[in-house]
Design a protein around this ligand. Sequence first.
Ligand code: 2P0
Length: 400
Amino acid sequence: MASDKSRVMVTCTAPVNIAVIKYWGKRDEELILPLNSSLSVTLHQDQLKTTTTATISKDFTEDRVWLNGVEVDVRQPRLQSCLREIHRLARKRRSTEDKDAPGLSLSHKVHVASENNFPTAAGLASSAAGYACLAYTLARVYGVEAELSEVARRGSGSACRSLYGGFVEWNMGERADGKDSIAQQVAPESHWPELRVIILVVSAEKKLTGSTAGMQTSVETSTLLQYRAASVVPARMAEMIRCIRERDFPGFGQLTMKDSNQFHATCLDTFPPISYLTDTSRRIMHLVHDFNTHHGQTKVAYTFDAGPNAVVFTLEDTVAEFVAAVKHCFPPESNGDKFLRGLPMKSVPLSDELKATLGLDPTPGSIQYIIVTKVGPGPQILDDPLCHLLGPDGLPKPAA
Ligand code: 2P0
């Protein structure tokens, strides 16, 4: 943390998370309280992360925020909501806990710069990592040590799950004020070291229906969503936690696929219907089921969020064979050298038996690239001042 009498500057990173029991639908739009609990896997920041720098100074005349180098409107309600919450927690700390707590005057304005190391438009849950990183970084700047679920959640519901590493549950809570709607770790990232995550980037286009508007229409029109939240998710949460604790991959994988499918069924049950999956998404689902049939057990499992990209879970010993199957069914078209990204892996040939099982005709170019990653830790604070995205003047550093 860089500081002098008038200025504090902090830089932190936060991870992307992928839900295996999905959040879809709010019971309170203002407080961002969900209809059901959800559970996610935190992805490793070596492959996907948001970096955020925040600084406050008596010299600043207004709050300012830059996202990937472009200034955004700081008056947007969700940003304002996060700032208000962090100010509230900072005031609370000073009045009740520690009169000498670090942090500068709350009347000072803040400058924030945030960057993703992956394309925002790729539909890879950038808002979750972004708001988790904002909450975590602002907390460090203002000397807040409280639990930050409420701050992150006000930015984006799923962001509260990116505050922790490993396997994370967002408990829906029961209270009307949302004080018990918080994220907590189910198991740390070290718990299941063999687990791997393969992201199949299908389309980098911006999605047609945003999550916030989409889930609002689902709440208003889908009876399936109400049934899911009340009667399906509670038992699934308990079963998913058991599968994770026991490292039961077939159980984990089957439930992950079923929950993804039910989430997309509620989208279709929404009126007018919402469809996030494309033909390529459905072909990936077939590939996964064919692969598992060939092996006579669940060795890979897909999940899809509010977009066509697939996130596939598997164990370390299966990555190379599954990637070979993906390359067979979806051969890279142009960027062959950049097709495979992330963790290094060996290349294996596809057996004739498996090739014969895969009923798909190859469709070149329909998967743009693949990122191989694993389960990772929660937000980190970066000590090296070279990592700051803002210069000493509080403005974004020019791109290197
Ligand atoms: C999830 N998704 O659990 C689900 C699965 C998308 C599909 O959380 O309105 O961006 O900001 O609370 O968190 C996307 O919704 O929505 C999401 P808001 P958010 O990850």
